[in-house]
Write a new protein. Structure first.
Length: 211
């Protein structure tokens, strides 16, 4: 594959890549620094839904409502805190995705999961990557989700779209990645940053290693 490998990713290639996940030599970027040390770690999982559209793979993302306690108003993958009844991170990701967006697990084909990512709010998040058939029907939870939208996978995997930024906080500077995206059809601007951008950055590293 060429240096622009992200423009040529297919569902078949992804299946093969995740089938050999233990053979791929790559290094995740450092986990995010903890800023809220008084909070105990909490297990969580998110679904990274890659929707198989005729014009290429799209990443489904959610815009969280402004009144939530955690990550209000931010763009994120569907997901959340693990429950005792969840048998594993995959079960958490599928359950939370269905609860938040209405995406039924029958449309989801899990490929595998990425390393656990520690957020600034001390959630230990397992990103579960999956292919999604496009014949789904969504019913977003209006309390948690303000909008569900899609971004081209090739855009998010292109390192030219990965910006490094620094935010000054009372606890010191916080460095993070951002992937601003303007939808060419609606004209809406989406500021993808923080843990979501960092997990996408690690996915970029894994998929691009050795290609």
């Amino acid at each position: 594959m060429s240096m622009d490998w992200f423009d040529h990713i297919s569902s078949g290639w992804l299946r093969e890549r995740f089938a050999r996940i233990n053979e791929v030599q790559w290094q995740p970027e450092p986990l995010e620094e903890r800023f809220f040390t008084d909070r105990d770690p909490a297990d969580a999982a998110v679904l990274v839904p890659l929707v198989e559209r005729p014009n290429g793979l799209q990443v489904m993302l959610t815009l969280r409502t402004a009144h939530l306690n955690d990550h209000a108003g931010q763009i994120s993958f569907p997901g959340g805190r693990s429950e005792p009844s969840d048998r594993d991170a995959i079960a958490t990701a599928l359950r939370e995705a269905q609860e938040e967006t209405g995406l039924h697990p029958r449309h989801v084909d899990v490929l595998g999961h990425m390393p656990v990512y520690q957020t600034a709010t001390n959630f230990m998040v397992t990103p579960v990557v999956a292919l999604v058939q496009p014949d789904f029907h969504l019913e977003p939870d209006e309390f948690e989700v303000a909008e569900v939208f899609e971004v081209p996978f090739s855009f998010l995997m292109n390192p030219a779209n990965h910006q490094q930024k620094t935010l000054q906080t009372p606890k010191g500077p916080r460095r993070f990645y951002a992937m601003p995206y303007e939808d060419p059809y609606s004209g809406k601007n989406y500021f993808i940053w923080g843990a979501t951008a960092a997990m996408l950055r690690n996915l970029h590293h894994f998929l691009g290693a050795g290609v």
